[in-house]
Design a protein around this ligand. Sequence first.
Ligand code: HH2
Length: 255
Amino acid sequence: MALVMGVLNVTPDSFSDGGQWFGRGAAVARGMEMFGEGADVVDVGGESTRPGAVPVDENEERRRVVPVVEALAAHGRVSVDTRKRSVAEAAVAAGASLINDISASLWEVAAEAGPGVGWVAMHLQGTPETMQVDPRYDDVVGEVRGFLVARAARARAAGVDEVWIDPGIGFGKTAEHNLSLLRHLDAFVATGWPVLVGTSRKRFLQRLLESPADDVIEASLATAVMAMSAGAAMVRVHDVAPTVQGARLVAGPIA
Ligand code: HH2
């Protein structure tokens, strides 16, 4: 069965849930709730990477993330969503066992931590500050896949046992690029690296459906189910309980 990664943004400004879980107590309670709903991993992030978001100072990011990781790691698997080495290191020291790395450059932190700490390579064109200005590809599927396979191989060569690849839906991609990647997930699955996909509450769904943010919850579930049906081994979502139901259906009755 595909794994479900629950999103926990400990930020004042994330795209769909900014500010909601900013306090430590509220964040830990939400993480516990997601474990209760069946999340296999809770992904703790202290910096919004939505298009145009303001970068966060690394001390502030560590201050946001570490206590929440520490509290949740006693109850289930925790990943840290960061592009900063010091934040990844501090989160691993606090109990995170997966580095969800939107910069696809921190595999050495996982390698240094040794067995039991995995790494996700996510593709991003440009930087979160500018990535949606004018994203361009000749062959989005081939370029993103080539990049991820090369990074995954470097991580494996450095000694990381558990390596995931993620096409980075919405990160330096137009709605058409995102659709191409979703339609061709089989090309990523065929690489043999386990594939993680995050479509949850993303802006391209709003654009495609011409909907306000709150109305893309169902579209988020639909695209998560599509991704799992195409062979994604993990989906990153805000709405854990319905996605766990979807994962069970894909793995069982409708397999
Ligand atoms: N998407 C977001 C953040 N981290 N990590 C992976 N591996 N894959 C993704 O698609 C992905 C990710 C952006 O979504 P969200 O956390 O909802 O928003 P924000 O960056 O504003 O916190």
